[in-house]
Design a protein around this ligand. Structure first.
Ligand SMILES: [Zn+2]
Length: 206
């Protein structure tokens, strides 16, 4: 079973806050059959939403159970108010002045932009990022071969101009029929293998 490390984002949770969530016991023979409570929070160092141990101290299965799940560990239930009080004290109440500053329409747009940015970042950060970039560079070279065949003039691979980059996208779209997501990523992250290698490229003689 895999854990969805972005579940918290999908549920609209705030990465700067901590939540209490029901969690399942470890599937070990001597483990009492109880549903516990654990802190659920965003761990930036792992780029993941994760649950900690139960607040009663027991180890648990990673990931939250659905929010309504009945917590039947008495120790967890007993400590719940303490934790909730702790969170309230720890997390500065967001100045809910937001509605006074932004109207609903503005907030809706900001929210949509946040969501879109998250989706975009997810889309451009696949797990196989490196292989994908290597593949992009191979495609970039392939474009140059393709162009050279047609124009008789090989272009330097380091010529990142508006013309070559847009040409690359159009070529991918029309000739290579790439998926829209990968085109999007190629526009935002041009296929330079190393930063700084772009600077000078020879003027092509006519
Ligand atoms: Zn417990």
């Amino acid at each position: 079973m895999t854990v969805d490390v972005h579940l918290g984002d999908e549920q609209g949770l705030d990465r700067s806050r901590r939540y209490l969530r029901p969690v399942a016991r470890l599937q070990l023979p001597d483990e009492p059959d109880l549903v516990h409570l654990a802190v659920y929070e965003w761990l930036p160092q792992f780029e993941a939403w994760a649950t900690g141990p139960a607040i009663c101290g027991r180890s648990t299965t990673q990931g939250p159970l659905p929010e309504g799940t009945l917590v039947n560990c008495n120790q967890c239930a007993a400590r719940r108010p303490e934790y909730e009080g702790h969170f309230a004290a720890l997390v500065p109440r967001q100045p809910d002045a937001a509605p006074a500053v932004y109207d609903a329409a503005t907030l809706a747009v900001l929210h949509a932009m946040e969501k879109a940015a998250e989706k975009h970042l997810d889309a451009i950060r696949p797990h196989n990022t490196k292989r994908s970039y290597a593949n992009d560079w191979a495609l970039w070279e392939e474009l140059h071969d393709w162009l050279a065949e047609r124009t008789g003039q090989p272009l330097p691979l380091t010529a990142f101009t508006k013309g070559t980059l847009v040409g690359f996208v159009v070529w991918l779209d029309t000739i290579k029929l790439a998926a829209p997501n990968s085109i999007d990523r190629r526009i935002t992250e041009s296929p330079s293998p190393r930063a700084g290698s772009v600077s000078k490229y020879p003027k092509s003689s006519p």
